[in-house]
Design a protein. Sequence first.
Length: 393
Amino acid sequence: MKRTIRDLVDLEGKNILLRADFNVPIDKVGRILDTTRIIAEIPTIKYLVEKGAKVIICSHLGRPKGYDIRLSLWPISLILMKYFPGKVQFSHKTVGDEVKARIESMSKGSILLLENTRFHEGEEKNDTKFAKELASLADIYVNDAFGVCHRKHASIYGVARFLPNAIGFLVETELNVISQALQNSRKPFVAIFGGFKVKDKIKVLKNMLSKADSILIGGAMAYPFLVATWKSVGISPASSESITQAQEILLEAEKLQKRIILPIDHIAIRANDRRQRAFVTNTLEENMIGCDIGPKTVELFGNEIRKAGQVIWNGPLGKYEEPKFREGTFKIAEILANSPCYSIVGGGDSVSAVNKSGKAKMINHLSTGGGATMHLLEGGSLPAIDVIQEGLE
């Protein structure tokens, strides 16, 4: 097991560089739309603060091309101030002498949030110089940014090579929950996949075939599978490449005698309808576009979920961001929330959808990782975890 912050001793007065994942949805005027990832980080920050450490937090936000005030972490510091009144400062710089001077003047048990790491070109390139600059700010590095642990970036991977290190509570929980679900799954094990592209999840699907008892597929991802089973999908997205990939998965499922369950009805619109009126249909005809799973499919999927011992869900089952196409995703969230199974929801869109459905508190585990969760579900490892020192046995 990797070393955790519980294994760190004599933290009082030490400079701790904490890599958090504050890549939260934010609107054009800087309002944070979902604080899930910020709130999930509070226990680790609180622990370090109570131990008397100087907590220096770094994170990225979005995909800026150099400095972009719209992607500043400053609004996040305001959220942290609510949880740690009088203890939080914000630095408009990420590295350099000015940052070091501010750290020097910090009191024990206080917090300094650094500016967006991706404002520096060296971050995504895993530049050694930038990683060393970050490392020079601290005595110890703590990785608690599960959502980017599949990346080899300077602040998540590079810096760990230059400092004593450990993982935080959030990363520890994520690794334990997902590894337990895959290695000692509660039966029947049902996996639900939605979202858009088959190719993004083909490795996950292949790995899940060896572990799950049944796989439910919805969202735009379902259409290539429906075509592969000779069903009409109208003009819903289904590229030739994705259809071929779907055929491969279906053949593999047949060999392993695993069940893949696809939608049997849809919420659709007609391409030539300017008002985009939604309606239920069992068959997607030539001019129709599927936008959500229909009520029969909700019941079909729901029956599988109600019998499950464990459910892992990744990807919304329709265009949930539009009110008229969110019913399927919200209904499945409700069924899952009321099911006796152990439930795990992973991926940014999935978690956002469950939050909007009002059922988040009834889900056993909401994963903060998108790509990182997918890597684990694929059966892969995470570079930013591999580089962390081993804990004491």
